[in-house]
Design a protein around this ligand. Sequence first.
Ligand SMILES: N[C@@H](CCC(=O)N[C@@H](CS)C(=O)NCC(=O)O)C(=O)O
Length: 208
Amino acid sequence: MTRYVLRSSPASPFGRKVKIAATLLGLWDRLDVQAADTTDPADTVRAQNPLGKIPVLLLPDGSAIYDSRVIVDWLDALAEREGLGSRLIPPPSDPARWTVLTRLALADGIADAALLLVYEGRLRPEGMRSQPWMDNQQSKIDRALAAIEAAPPAFGPVPDAGCIALACALGYLDLRHGGRWRAAHPGLVAWLARFAATVPAFEETRPA
Ligand SMILES: N[C@@H](CCC(=O)N[C@@H](CS)C(=O)NCC(=O)O)C(=O)O
């Protein structure tokens, strides 16, 4: 069976999304996860993805697939070709595809903003930080969470890619932003608990 290398790191919400997707698709055993350090200029990840971002999926022919949405789509297609059953992104013929992809984009946007806030704190000296810029990033997270709290997405035994991305974004807010989102979003707290109970891979991929 062909194996694939996944460059990632335990804390990455985008890498976690790919790991959970691979597990739900029955493809987890086909991935070899290799740690990547995006802050290390010598790390080969910068050659594999010129953007220097993880996750990256390496194929046996030497080509690389990124970003996480493309990797999930690629894994979905592989699972389909191999007759594994589930689909995480509905096919183009299904109108639900655009709902799922839009929810995926919204959840990834939460993780993007949360990550930028972490980088601002980590990489920019205190006196150079811009409070309005940070407030703007936080407002993206707040508006997105409010919109999702108003109508949390339904899921069955195999949640779609949008739900997986949302769980990973919330997990990242727990990891790096002290879980402050929880107080104002009881519906999402319950949603995440149900997701974790439905998808064991969520806990299995929880960063230490
Ligand atoms: N849109 C990308 C975002 C990936 C991303 O931002 N990954 C972070 C780690 S969680 C990263 O590699 N950051 C390093 C950098 O931005 O230089 C995806 O979905 O894969």
